[in-house]
Design a protein around this ligand. Structure first.
Ligand code: CA
Length: 222
């Protein structure tokens, strides 16, 4: 799950990034409006968290631009402004939700989950295949009765595969969903992570779930 955070207060941006990464999200940060808009248009995100008062472009300009470009990524506005007018303008510009600073991380996480749920048309926090289940709220992964400990990248890759059950996902799609925009990832790095994941979720069990589709990528299925 990949999130873009556009926030010019460096301290706050770093704190939110750390908290989100701890929740196993991949987070790109833009400290000004121009980079924010560039990334929001050029990269693929599951959610954009947008401050309103920014150098370069304002949050509202970014949001309006995105919607004009037909980019429908959920946008959560995060701002110190608590005035009712600002909320209305924010939501009218195409934002999906609004939070006023200071906020609690717990509330931020809950709103993120709700926006992502709405965007993926899934009411369910639990993604499953066979007897494997991944809980996107508690971040627990189990196979049968066995609890499985995954690194944040392994978790993110497994979540991506499970959200695309029924289709083959390419290494490129995995990179775009799981890694930061400024990281160079070799295909072999994906293979290493997939191997670790297989070692944990497939090797100890009877049925193999992660399948390599030669020349294309991976598919998760029974
Ligand atoms: Ca600001």
């Amino acid at each position: 799950m990949r999130i873009l955070l556009v926030e010019d207060e460096i301290k706050l941006a770093n704190a939110v990034k750390r908290a989100l990464e701890f929740q196993k999200y991949t987070v790109d940060v833009a400290n000004d409006g121009r980079l924010g808009l560039d990334l929001a248009i050029g990269e693929k995100y599951d959610l954009i968290i947008l401050d309103l008062m920014l150098p370069g472009y304002t949050g509202l300009q970014i949001c309006t631009n995105l919607r004009a470009e037909k980019i429908s990524t959920p946008v959560l506005i995060l701002t110190a402004k608590g005035q009712i007018d600002d909320k209305i303008i924010g939501l009218d510009s195409g934002a999906d939700d609004y939070m006023v600073k200071p906020f609690s991380f717990e509330e931020l996480f809950a709103r993120i989950r709700s926006l992502v749920r709405r965007a993926t048309n899934s009411d369910d926090n639990i993604l499953t295949v066979d007897n494997l289940s991944l809980n996107t709220v508690t971040f627990k992964v189990t196979r049968g009765k066995t609890h499985i400990n995954l690194s944040s990248k392994e978790f993110a890759i497994l979540e991506y595969l499970l959200r695309h059950i029924g289709s083959v996902v390419t290494k490129d799609q995995i990179v775009q969903s799981v890694w930061n925009y400024d990281t160079d990832i070799l295909p072999s790095t994906i293979e290493v992570h997939i191997n670790h994941l297989r070692h944990k979720i497939d090797a100890p069990f009877k049925t193999k779930l992660i399948h390599t589709v030669r020349g294309f990528g991976y598919e998760i299925k029974v």
